[in-house]
Ligand binder design. Structure first.
Ligand SMILES: Cc1ncc(COP(=O)(O)O)c(C=O)c1O
Length: 302
């Protein structure tokens, strides 16, 4: 696999095959790293990264939770991201920043260990490539906010998501849905969850979930469209009896949901409000909405 030519690693652009770490790297053993996922879109004004700064700021938040010192500024990482896209000539795809405790410590306490950091990018199409997803409630619950800092995007947290995804392997379901310890709907393994009921958009409150940048964007654009929004606990019955449901995420973008546990949500077909929000999101990320160009960082040619 070598989808692009260069990876930015510890401040240098290195050829993709040479971006390697030692097997005794701390993060490889314990998940002691933090990451992000961003998308670059082709627009009429050139390629643009969606909400670049917010993603890099969330990376710093996650790092601080793990006491991981990132030896670069937000600006430096934003610039390095744009330079990476230029060097790889990538106009449309996915970007993965990752900062982690590197090679040097083996006890559980990582604080004396070095920080390694990389940025990679590659072409990547839709994450859930169906018009409407059939999803299933996982037998696992979402990581508990009293077991960890659940709103940080820490590598080790993703054992939870991996198990939920593996549970569905070989089934007809496209994605899983986590409940929390109280049986309330939390989110997907890599997506936030929304329902529409009586023309109101409802999503679970922050606390157990990852505070998704797509979630925040969809809430904001819904409000500008005059749609009533609420961050409110959602029971599984609420979800099953909703008029519409969808996932949001950098990878999943706005993915309409057809069924949960084989039960159809609302009328057949993509719901009217979901469709409006999906189109609005698509217009924003592709730079077709002049009012939301501030969400985009254009990768200027050198
Ligand atoms: C667990 C989880 N929830 C939600 C999301 C969606 O977040 P965002 O919209 O910032 O990509 C992600 C993706 O990063 C995720 O991993």
């Amino acid at each position: 696999m070598q989808p692009t030519s260069f990876i930015w690693m510890n401040g240098e652009f290195v050829p993709w095959p040479e971006a390697k770490v030692h097997v005794m790297t701390y993060a490889l053993h314990y998940g002691g790293g933090v990451f992000e996922g961003m998308r670059v879109y082709k627009t009429a004004h050139g390629p643009a990264v969606f909400r670049l700064r917010e993603h890099i700021e969330r990376l710093f938040y996650s790092a601080q939770v793990l006491h991981l010192k990132i030896p670069y500024s937000v600006e430096q990482l934003c610039d390095a991201t744009c330079e990476l896209l230029r060097r790889n000539n990538l106009e449309h795809g996915y970007i993965r920043p990752l900062a982690f405790y590197g090679y040097g410590v083996m006890g559980l306490n990582p604080s004396a260990g070095p920080t390694d950091m990389m940025l990679a990018c590659w072409p990547w199409g839709p994450y859930i490539s169906v018009e409407q997803a059939d999803i299933k409630v996982s037998k696992y619950i979402r990581i508990h906010p009293r077991s960890t800092v659940a709103d940080a995007k820490i590598c080790g947290h993703y054992a939870n998501s991996i198990l939920a995804v593996l549970e569905l392997q070989g089934t007809k379901y496209h994605e899983a849905l986590f409940l929390d310890a109280d049986g309330l709907v939390a989110e997907g393994p890599g997506e936030n969850f929304f329902i529409v009921r009586d023309n109101q958009l409802i999503t679970p409150p922050l606390g157990t979930i990852l505070p998704g940048i797509t979630r925040a964007t969809v809430l904001e654009i819904a409000r500008t469209m005059g749609i009533s929004t609420s961050e409110h606990p959602i029971t599984l019955d609420d979800a099953l009896s909703a008029d519409e449901a969808f996932f949001t995420g950098t990878a999943a973008e706005v993915t309409p949901i057809a069924t949960i546990n084989d039960q159809r949500i609302g009328a057949p077909g993509v719901g009217a409000l979901t469709k409006r929000l999906k189109i609005a999101y698509d217009d924003i990320v592709h730079g077709r909405d002049e009012r939301h160009l501030h969400f985009l960082t254009f990768v200027q040619p050198r």
